[in-house]
Design a protein around this ligand. Structure first.
Ligand SMILES: *Cc1c(COP(=O)(O)O)cnc(C)c1O
Ligand SMILES: [Zn+2]
Length: 390
C-alpha cells in the first residue's frame, strides 16, 4: 500500500491513515496522501492498461492494502463517447460524453462507495449511514449489501421513488425526513453515536473522493494521457471535481502528464446554486442556499462541506460556475438522450445547457475539446421528467 497519511484540506494537520475517521479536529475534510515516489517505481501507466477494466486497476493510487479484497460490483471503465451531433448543436468541434450512467446502481456514486465501503469494512465499521437526496443512498445500500454491512439511509420525504426503492431492495434501513439533505444530515448526526453508525457522507470521510478521483485517471487513460481543455461537471458536494483535480496533481507528480490542466465548469441549478453565487461574489466559502429546490436531485445540496476546496480548484485553474434553470436542464437532458442514445439524467442535461451557454459567450472556444459528464441514468427521474413534459 502506498498511502503515507491523511492530511486536512484546510489546516494541513496530519494524522495516521490506519483508523476509522471522519473529519479533522478543525471540522474540515481529510485528504489521503500517497508516497508517489514509490508509486512511480512500482507501476507504469502501461501496466495499468493491461489489467482488467474498472477503477480497481488504479490500485497503487487507491488506499487498500494488497492483502485485502475490495468490495466491488464492477464500477468504472465507463465509456467516453465522442458526440459529434452534440458538438455541432453547440458549435464546438470536439465534445465527449463521459457516461457514468452505466455504473452499478446507475450513477457515479458507485465509484465513491466502492472505495469508502471497502475502507470502512477494513477499518472495522459494521454499520454505515448516509444522508441522500438521490443516488448516494442507493449506492451505499448496494455496496453495504455486497460487504455484508448494514446501511442506514436518511432521505428527504420527496426523494425520487426509484432512489428510495433501490435502497429498500438492497436491504437498507430508510428513514424519510420532512426537509432537505442538510436536515437529513442533522437527523443522522443525532443518532449515529448511540447507534454506532459510521457516517459516509460526502467528504465527511476521506475515501469517497479517492474513488471519484478515478474519473480523472480514466479520462486521461481514455484520451491517451492527454486531458481535455474543459470539463463540465454537475456539482453537488463536489466530490468528483475535487477528486479529478487531485488525480491530475498526482499524475503530474508521477510524471504522466504536464502542468496543463482542464478548466473546470461547475454547473448547478438556479434553484440551488451556492457555489455559483460564491464564485460570482468572489467568496472563499459558500454558506447555505435557503429553500433549495431542483428536480436535479444530485444538485440539491444547499451547503457543501468542501465548498472552499471547490472554489479553490475553480480559481486556481481558471474555471467558472454556471446555474441552469430546471426547465432548461430537463429540456437538454431530452436533447442529449435523443442525440446520442445515452440515458441522460437532469444533471447531465445541465452540462449540455452550460456548454451551450459558455460557447455562446465565448468562454469556450470552438476548437477546444470539452467533456460533459452524464453522472447518472435518467431512468431514476420519472417525477422530474413528468414535471416538465416534452
Ligand atoms: C451526486 C450527484 C451529483 C453531484 O456529485 P458531487 O460529486 O457530489 O458534486 C451529480 N449528478 C448526479 C446524478 C449525482 O447523483
Ligand atoms: Zn484541519
Amino acid at each position: 500500500m502506498f498511502v503515507s497519511h491523511l492530511s486536512c484540506w484546510d489546516c494541513g494537520r496530519q494524522i495516521p491513515a490506519d483508523q476509522l475517521v471522519n473529519l479533522c479536529t478543525c471540522g474540515k475534510p481529510l485528504r489521503v496522501e500517497y508516497d508517489l515516489d514509490r508509486v512511480r517505481e512500482a507501476v507504469s501507466r502501461d501496466e495499468w492498461a493491461k489489467r482488467p477494466p474498472g477503477l480497481w486497476r488504479y490500485r497503487e493510487v487507491l488506499p487498500l492494502a494488497e492483502s485485502e479484497q475490495p468490495v466491488t460490483l464492477g464500477e468504472g471503465a465507463t465509456p467516453l463517447l465522442p458526440a459529434p451531433t452534440i458538438a455541432e448543436l453547440v458549435g464546438l468541434e470536439r465534445v465527449y460524453i463521459k457516461d457514468e450512467a452505466v455504473n452499478p446502481t446507475g450513477s457515479f456514486k458507485a465509484r465513491g462507495m466502492t472505495v469508502a465501503v471497502t475502507m470502512a469494512r477494513v477499518l472495522g465499521a459494521r454499520s454505515l449511514a448516509v444522508p441522500s437526496a438521490g443516488n448516494a443512498g442507493g449506492a451505499l445500500a448496494a455496496y453495504a449489501a455486497a460487504a455484508g454491512l448494514s446501511a442506514h439511509i436518511f432521505m428527504p420525504h420527496d426523494v425520487p421513488q426509484a432512489n428510495r426503492l433501490e435502497c429498500e431492495l438492497a436491504g437498507a434501513d430508510v428513514t424519510l425526513i420532512d426537509g432537505l439533505i442538510n436536515d437529513c444530515a442533522r437527523a443522522l448526526a443525532q443518532r449515529k453515536e448511540a447507534e454506532g453508525w459510521f457516517d459516509v457522507s460526502t467528504l465527511k470521510e476521506p475515501y469517497r473522493v479517492e474513488g471519484k478521483k478515478t474519473l480523472g485517471y480514466e479520462l486521461a487513460e481514455q484520451l491517451g494521457w492527454a486531458l481535455p481543455d474543459v470539463i463540465v461537471y454537475p456539482t453537488g458536494g463536489g466530490t468528483g471535481l475535487i477528486g479529478m483535480a487531485k488525480a491530475f496533481d498526482e499524475m503530474e507528480t508521477l510524471g504522466w502528464i504536464g502542468s496543463q490542466r482542464p478548466r473546470f465548469v461547475v454547473v448547478q441549478s438556479t434553484g440551488c446554486a451556492p457555489i455559483v453565487r460564491a464564485f460570482d461574489e468572489g467568496r472563499e466559502s459558500a454558506g447555505v442556499w435557503e429553500k433549495a429546490n431542483t428536480v436535479a436531485a444530485g444538485l440539491r445540496v444547499p451547503g457543501a462541506i468542501a465548498d472552499f476546496v471547490i472554489l479553490r480548484c475553480l480559481r486556481a485553474g481558471g474555471g467558472t460556475a454556471v446555474a441552469i434553470a430546471d426547465v432548461e436542464l430537463i429540456r437538454d437532458a431530452r436533447v442529449l438522450s435523443a442525440a446520442t442514445g445515452i440515458c441522460a439524467c437532469p444533471e447531465g442535461g445541465a452540462c449540455l445547457s452550460a456548454a451551450r451557454k459558455l460557447t455562446q459567450s465565448g468562454w469556450i472556444k470552438p476548437t477546444e475539446s470539452v467533456v460533459l459528464f452524464n453522472t447518472g441514468t435518467g431512468l431514476k427521474y420519472a417525477e422530474a421528467f413528468a414535471a416538465y413534459p416534452a
